[in-house]
Each structure stands twice: as C-alpha cells, then as structure tokens.
Design a protein around this ligand. Sequence first.
Ligand SMILES: [Zn+2]
Length: 149
Amino acid sequence: MHLYVCGNCFFALRVLNGSSEGGDLVGPLSDTWGKFHECPECSAEKMYGHPENAIDSELMVKLRVRDLEPTECFTALLGGGLPDEQDATPDEVEKALLSSPIKEVTVRPIKGTRRAVLDRLFLENGTRLYLGAGPQGAVVYRIAHKEQR
Ligand SMILES: [Zn+2]
C-alpha cells in the first residue's frame, strides 16, 4: 500500500485498494506521485507519497494514519478535503460561521482590478471554511473542524 505523509505534522493518508484500477489515481504512476501536496490537516505543502514498506518503523509510530479510497485520497490531495469535511450545506455553513469569530482569512487580489478573491476563513475555534466560485456565487466546498481528528 501507499501512504502520503505530511513531513510537518505527521498526518498520513493510506491509500486502500491501491492496486485496483482506481489506484492509478494516486499510485506511483499517477500525476500526484513524486510531488508535494498541501496537507489536509495543517495546510503545509509537505505531503508526499511513499510505498508503505519504505517508511521506517520509528516514523510509522509517529504517524496519524487516515485510510482512504483512491478517489477520496485524490480529492484530499487536490485540496477538496477529507470525506467528513465535504458536508457544507447551508445549515452547516451557518452553524460554523456563527460558532466562532474569524481569526484569519486567505485573500488574494484579482490582477488589474480593485477586487479580491476570498479563498479561506480560519475561525478561532480551529474550523476552516474553504471557498470557491460557482455560477450562483461563492461556494463553500469544505468545512474542516479541528476536533474531528
Ligand atoms: Zn500536515
């Protein structure tokens, strides 16, 4: 099996059924292999794929491993979050936003305009909301709660 390991916080994604057809999505022949990805837990760009049997036992003990199917791992590596972070219904968004003050935001300029793109909201209680654009407006596509892991 394969593991994507975060060198910053030791969170790891184990790819289940990695030898099946879907395994190519995140396996050694995939585009995701051999590159650093953003860790779904700490956001550091330090998540890297390894064959599980190549990870030494001292490191293995430190890892907090989350088992995922190849498609779930692929989504997580591309920034879509873990399966339990994808419930972003209006009720969940409202509940999250009203639960805690905003501590930090990720915002970037739109070149040549006086407008901005809002990518993420970080709340004081550790919850993170991830935003994208949709035809109907701003879309919250992921809500990560710190206490879930
Ligand atoms: Zn991490």
